[in-house]
Ligand binder design. Structure first.
Ligand code: SF4
Ligand code: SF4
Length: 429
């Protein structure tokens, strides 16, 4: 097992203990550990300002970071690889990456927080590295003011909650907009992500300039037979009811005393196709958890608190049972996550959320995105309409944004309604 030598006392401290250690990984490669040691010794990073560069053949996907200690290394150069959506890498691809990192880099691969992969290499080796990666079916990009690598959760390839095929949509968008990922031509960087459901495991709404979130727009379905089994096994109905951020869940006995109507849900939907919800989610009243899971509902067309019919898989549910007030329900995942008897509605599509960003970048600081369109239906895996909308926005933003203006700050400045008007997206009545 690789250990830093005695000349690296600070690094040796960081390798103690049973946990996996990044120092162990760095020490096992040709990473210049003396740089890190120097930084620990001085209490400041040994690396200086970095910058994305363009070189012949590679307008994007390459960058350098300067060194504060040129006697150790003159600079740190790297290539950034567009990772497959969903984050999977087969053993074969990992072997190709490993061979490339050995031959052209420092024998080290960095999985970035943005979902890409980086190799430390040299300026002289950048083009050769990219060619080698191309031969392995990979490519570089996602640096500077371009469209960054599209990320996605695992979606239905690994998760039962998936409402849409997140990696498939991200792959479609990534392939359609590959030039935009490899040529920096925008006023600022643009990050994009796709989550399969409102759980938003990749935190796209808070971190990405554009996120497409799988949503449903009819009411969650309750399977009362499964609910009975769940209760018999110790399921806690009170806890389930309390978990609803909208107060939409109640025991069926309570609902029977009210004005609940039962029947077919058709026609009692929360959204018309394309109806616009253009509010900043940060200004909604519910607490953070409820707010972030509930963006897909407040269209203003709900049934005013009227208890609407609940679609059930069993006609006569055994007591105690559960009803959902469709007028209050936010179509989130809180009850679905907790109870296997509650499943999402069947009408599925994506919400388009634009303007999310984390960190203190840009005039507005950190932002949760604007829900520009709460429901875009997806039929038969055809993502053309989403791609058209996405492309139209990118063009409009590129033409009208100020230099270095992130998408969220741009929308805040001109207003979400103007964005939708410019894109020809009309609110349905
Ligand atoms: S966002 Fe939803 S579909 Fe994607 S991994 Fe999380 S729970 Fe599963
Ligand atoms: S989907 Fe969300 S808002 Fe609707 S009943 Fe379940 S927990 Fe409540």
């Amino acid at each position: 097992m690789a250990q830093p030598g005695p000349e690296y006392p600070f690094c040796r401290r960081l390798i103690q203990g049973p946990s996996p250690s990044f120092i162990r990984e760095l020490a096992a490669s040709r990473y210049p550990l003396a740089m890190y040691e120097k930084g620990l010794e001085q209490g400041a990073s040994a690396y200086g300002h970095g910058g994305y560069i363009s070189i012949p053949e590679l307008p994007a996907g390459v960058a350098v970071r300067s060194s504060c200690y040129p006697e150790i290394i003159d600079e740190s150069a790297y290539v950034r690889i567009l990772a497959p959506a969903g984050g999977w890498l087969s053993a074969g691809t990992l072997e190709e990456l490993a061979a490339c990192a050995e031959d052209y880099g420092r024998g080290l691969v960095h999985l970035t927080s943005g979902g890409t992969i980086e190799f430390y290499t040299t300026r002289a080796q950048m083009v050769a590295t990219a060619r080698k990666l191309n031969a392995a079916g990979l490519d570089v990009g996602s640096t500077g003011d371009d469209l960054r690598c599209l990320t996605a959760c695992c979606g239905p390839a690994r998760c039962e909650m998936a409402l849409v095929d997140a990696p498939a949509l991200a792959t479609y968008l990534g392939q359609r907009f590959i030039d935009e990922q490899q040529y920096p031509g925008y006023p600022q960087k643009v990050k994009s992500g796709v989550s399969g459901c409102p759980n938003d495991c990749i935190r796209a709404m808070m971190q990405k300039d554009h996120s497409f979130i799988g949503v449903y727009r009819d009411v969650p379905r309750i399977d009362h037979e499964t609910l009975t089994v769940w209760l018999q096994k110790g399921g806690d109905l009170d806890r389930l009811i309390a978990a609803c951020p909208a107060g939409a869940l109640s025991r069926s006995e309570a609902a029977a005393e009210g004005d609940a109507e039962r029947g077919n849900l058709d026609g009692d939907r929360s959204f018309a196709d394309g109806e616009v919800l253009a509010i900043n989610a940060t200004r909604e009243k519910p607490g953070a958890a409820g707010r972030l899971q509930s963006f897909a509902m407040n269209s203003g067309r709900q049934a005013g608190g009227r208890k609407l019919p609940v679609e059930t898989d069993v006609q006569a549910p055994p007591a105690p049972s559960l009803v959902i007030d469709a007028g209050k329900c936010r179509r989130c995942m809180a009850c679905i996550n907790l109870c296997p008897a509650i499943r999402p509605g069947r009408e599925r599509g994506v919400a388009w959320v634009a303007g999310g960003k984390y960190g203190h970048r840009g005039a507005g600081g950190p932002m949760v995105g604007y829900v520009l369109v709460p429901f875009i239906p997806i039929k038969d895996g055809d993502y053309t309409a989403i791609g058209d909308l996405y492309g139209a926005f990118l063009e409009f933003w590129a033409d009208n944004a100020r230099k270095k203006e992130r998408v969220g700050d741009f929308i805040t400045r001109i207003g979400p309604r103007r964005v939708l008007e410019e894109l020809g997206w009309k609110r349905s009545q």
